[in-house]
Ligand binder design. Structure first.
Ligand SMILES: O=C(O)[C@@H](O)C(=O)CO
Ligand SMILES: [Mg+2]
Length: 252
């Protein structure tokens, strides 16, 4: 049985931040995720979750003052102290919001030094993470995130193997997978054993499922067949009102 969550950074973005939680619950979602919740006090987000009976699935490990700046520092040489500070802040937010998954962002970097720093930083983070918290890394396509270090699934699997921690895994996003590999379904089947979080959006324009080229029937079948039991977060940019973009959920 597939379970869908709403990514409130992308969905219901036509509403003010705290109102998005009410709208998601009214649309039938039982869980949500927010990429960068750090500019609002955790208590306010928690109240919005609680009054709607929603769970918070995931947050990103951030630059603490994220306002559209660089996406993380985990693979950036010389910023290891900043990374550790970020992770401690992410862990505090995760604990306050009852979040079980933190996506650790690699940032803009390249080359073997970046890989080594990424591996060392992830080892630190996996070690420092509170019990029960899963860390993920997510390949992002270079059109959406130019220069982002983690831009391939092979590299992600290689890094996960090198870190070798039970609480580090792969975040699979159908939009990025399609853009990077040309076939999100084949890609999912190849990496399924490493996946502990899934996000969905269509390609090439990160629109709602069934508005682009990703084969969602086959993808959902592959996800079910793999025995995946986590949330599948809808992370796309609706072309109009979010409520009008949810037809893909019917019958699932
Ligand atoms: O797919 C994405 O872009 C996100 O999941 C993300 O974390 C980037 O901020
Ligand atoms: Mg994603």
């Amino acid at each position: 049985m597939l379970r869908f969550a709403a990514n409130l950074t992308h969905l219901f973005a036509e509403l003010p931040y705290l109102d998005r939680f009410d709208a998601a619950a009214e649309s039938g979602f039982k869980a949500v995720e927010v990429l960068f919740p750090y500019e609002v006090a955790a208590q306010e987000t928690l109240s919005a979750l609680t009054r709607n009976g929603l769970g918070m699935v995931l947050i990103n490990a951030p630059p603490p003052n994220y306002t559209g700046g660089p996406r993380g520092f985990a693979a950036v040489c010389g910023l290891e102290d900043r990374f550790r500070y970020d992770m401690r802040r992410a862990f505090r937010y995760a604990e306050a919001l009852g979040v079980n998954i933190v996506h650790v962002m690699a940032g803009v970097a390249e080359g073997p030094d970046a890989r080594a720093v990424f591996v060392e930083n992830l080892k630190y983070a996996a070690d420092a993470a509170p019990a029960g918290l899963m860390l993920t890394i997510e390949p992002l396509n270079p059109v959406a995130q130019p220069g982002y270090f983690l831009n391939s699934f092979d590299l992600a699997v290689d890094v996960i193997a090198a870190v070798d921690a039970p609480n580090l895994s792969l975040q699979f996003d159908s939009y990025h997978a399609q853009a990077i590999t040309g076939d999100a379904v084949v890609c999912y089947n190849a990496v399924a054993p490493f996946v502990r979080h899934i996000q969905i959006g269509d390609a090439p324009d990160r629109t709602a499922p069934s508005t682009g080229v990703v084969e969602f029937d086959a993808l959902f079948q592959a996800i079910e067949a793999s025995g995946y039991e986590g949330w599948i977060s809808a992370e796309y940019d609706p072309r109009g009102k979010t409520e009008d973009s949810l037809a893909w959920r019917r019958g699932l």
